[in-house]
Design a binder for this molecule. Structure first.
Ligand SMILES: Cc1cc2nc3c(=O)[nH]c(=O)nc-3n(C[C@H](O)[C@H](O)[C@H](O)COP(=O)(O)O)c2cc1C
Length: 171
C-alpha cells in the first residue's frame, strides 16, 4: 500500500471486536515505529503506556467513554520538562513531539491492518490517579487498537468531510 493510500484508508474506528486481540509481534512492530519518530532536537520527551491485561483494561476504560471495546489501549504523554523550548517565543515542543509519535503509531497500525481511534476525551485526573506513573505528563492521546467489529466498526460520516484544499493551503 502506498503512503497516500494508507493515509486515505485510515479512519477512526469506534467499535472493536473484543475477540480479536492484537498479536504480540504486531504490538512490538508498532512500538518499534514509535521509537523511530522524530522529535525536536531528538529529546524524545514522551512516554507510551500499554494497557492490555484485564485489570489495567478495566481501569483505563473507566477513564473514557471512548474505549470502544478495544482489546488494547495505548496512551501517549508529553513531558514538558524534557522537551526543546524555542527561545524566540518560548514554545515548548513536548506536545508537538508526542503528537508526531502518536501519529506514527496510528499510521503504523493501519499499515499492519489494525484499526485505531485517536481519543482525546479522557478523564485526565482519573488517569493520573489510577496510573500514578503518568504523573508529570500531558496526555495527548489514547488509542483503542484492534480489529473493527464487522458491520459496526466502519468509518463515520465525518471521515470523508474535509475542507477544500484552497481553504487550508495558500500556494
Ligand atoms: C487530537 C484528536 C482527538 C480526538 N478525540 C476523539 C475522541 O475523544 N473520541 C472520538 O471518538 N474521536 C476522537 N478523534 C477522532 C476525530 O473525531 C476524527 O479523526 C475526525 O472526525 C475525522 O474522522 P476520521 O479519523 O475517521 O478520518 C480525535 C482525533 C484527534 C486527531
Amino acid at each position: 500500500m502506498s503512503f497516500a493510500t494508507l493515509a486515505h484508508e485510515r479512519y477512526s474506528c469506534r467499535a472493536f471486536d473484543p475477540d480479536l486481540p492484537v498479536a504480540a509481534d504486531e504490538l512490538a512492530a508498532l512500538l518499534d515505529v514509535v521509537r523511530a519518530a522524530p522529535t525536536a532536537k531528538n529529546l524524545q520527551p514522551f512516554h507510551a503506556w500499554v494497557f492490555q491485561d484485564p485489570e489495567d483494561l478495566e481501569k483505563i476504560r473507566s477513564c473514557t467513554p471512548c474505549h470502544y471495546g478495544a482489546p488494547l489501549l495505548v496512551l501517549f504523554g508529553a513531558d514538558e520538562g524534557q522537551a526543546f523550548v524555542r527561545s524566540d517565543d518560548g514554545l515548548n515542543f513536548a506536545q508537538v513531539d508526542a503528537a508526531i509519535v502518536a501519529t506514527h503509531y496510528m499510521l503504523a497500525a493501519t499499515d499492519l491492518g489494525l484499526d485505531t481511534c485517536w481519543v482525546g476525551l479522557i478523564d485526565v485526573a482519573r488517569v493520573h490517579e489510577l496510573f500514578p506513573q503518568t504523573a508529570g505528563h500531558t496526555l495527548v492521546g489514547l488509542f483503542p487498537t484492534g480489529h473493527a467489529l464487522e458491520g459496526k466498526g466502519g468509518p463515520s460520516e465525518r471521515h470523508t468531510l474535509r475542507k477544500p484544499l484552497d481553504e487550508i493551503v495558500s500556494q
